[in-house]
Design a protein around this ligand. Structure first.
Ligand SMILES: NC(=O)c1ccc[n+]([C@@H]2O[C@H](COP(=O)([O-])OP(=O)(O)OC[C@H]3O[C@@H](n4cnc5c(N)ncnc54)[C@H](OP(=O)(O)O)[C@@H]3O)[C@@H](O)[C@H]2O)c1
Length: 276
């Protein structure tokens, strides 16, 4: 039986077992996907012995993504861009680390806004945390001409921009609405808008008519930003698609089948989120 797991501390909140469990059943694979609580001081030791424990690899959730990045033998470009790894597997006995948030973000965007063409276009990204790095990497890979990065803490936006080169420019948080008038895509990667938290203050009235708006926050599914954009008639893409699509590469590496993000899976997750 093939086995994979998700490590975190705590890890009980992770929705990854729900996603991978669905695919294991759907494809009739004799495998398991388990929750593994691992203390921060034990990450390197756990990963060194992961194969001997019978795991083909793992997902990594908070707060271990940087520690996992440091512990692997080889790092894929998306992981290097984020300096964090969330998907680990073995190749020729070496532990490989990737960050599937970038691919997950882009697959979700392509599915939710198929007419959007990013080549040469300007994009606004709100936030400069871990999520933003994955999103910026994906946008540049997709050919975006200019990424405008707005963050409350300007120094953090400067640091992210410096990692990615001249196509990514940091701007003051206060300029986010005014400087987004001509963008093809607006992405919220801040934690603002999460259920029970502070809302995101973003005026969408000046966005261009064809602008697509997406949020990587997925609880609630329709964040206040997405609701405002929809009310203006803009195409929106929610953050749940990114969560589902980022799970695809790991499943394929561990279990040998590229899984599909189906409506049935999405419904399963929506029920889980709404019941939480
Ligand atoms: N859909 C998915 O699969 C997926 C994947 C990854 C993350 N996420 C979600 O994305 C969100 C961000 O995650 P992360 O890992 O990037 O978090 P993070 O590294 O902690 O970054 C948080 C970001 O939010 C900004 N922020 C927080 N409070 C703010 C406020 N009051 N005003 C303005 N900006 C504020 C921070 O700005 P400062 O730098 O100024 O603090 C920073 O840019 C979370 O809700 C997470 O659940 C979703």
């Amino acid at each position: 039986m093939k086995r994979a797991c998700v490590i975190g501390w705590p890890v009980s909140h992770s929705r990854s077992p729900l996603i991978h469990g669905y695919w294991l059943r759907r494809y009739g694979i004799d495998g398991s996907y388990e929750l593994q609580p691992v203390r921060p001081e034990e990450v390197a030791t756990f990963l060194r012995g992961m194969r001997e424990r019978g795991f083909a690899g793992c997902n990594v959730t908070l707060p271990h993504k940087q520690a996992a990045y440091a512990a692997v033998d080889d790092r894929r470009p998306a992981a290097r861009a984020a300096a964090a790894a969330n998907t680990l597997w073995y190749e020729s006995g070496r532990l490989i680390g990737d960050n599937s948030d970038s691919a997950g973000f882009m697959s979700s965007l392509r599915a939710g806004a198929p007419a959007l063409c990013l080549a040469g276009c300007a994009v606004s990204v709100l936030g400069a945390g871990g999520g933003a790095r994955g999103v910026v990497f994906a946008l540049l890979e997709a050919g975006a001409g200019e990424v405008r990065l707005f963050n409350r803490t300007r120094a953090r936006a400067n640091a992210v921009a410096a990692c990615f080169g001249p196509k990514v420019r940091a701007h003051d948080w206060e300029g986010r609405a005014d400087r987004s008038r001509d963008v093809a895509l607006l992405v919220n990667t801040t934690s603002l808008g999460m259920k029970g938290g502070e809302p995101l203050d973003m005026d969408v009235s000046a966005l261009a008519e064809g602008c697509v708006v997406t949020d990587i926050v997925y609880i609630p599914l329709v964040t206040p930003l997405l609701a405002a954009a929809r009310a203006r008639g803009l195409v929106t893409v929610d953050g749940l698609g990114m969560l589902l699509h980022q799970a695809v590469p790991g499943f394929e590496k561990w279990f040998g089948t590229r899984p599909e993000v189906t409506e049935e899976l999405r419904t399963l997750l929506v029920r889980d989120i709404e019941g939480a």
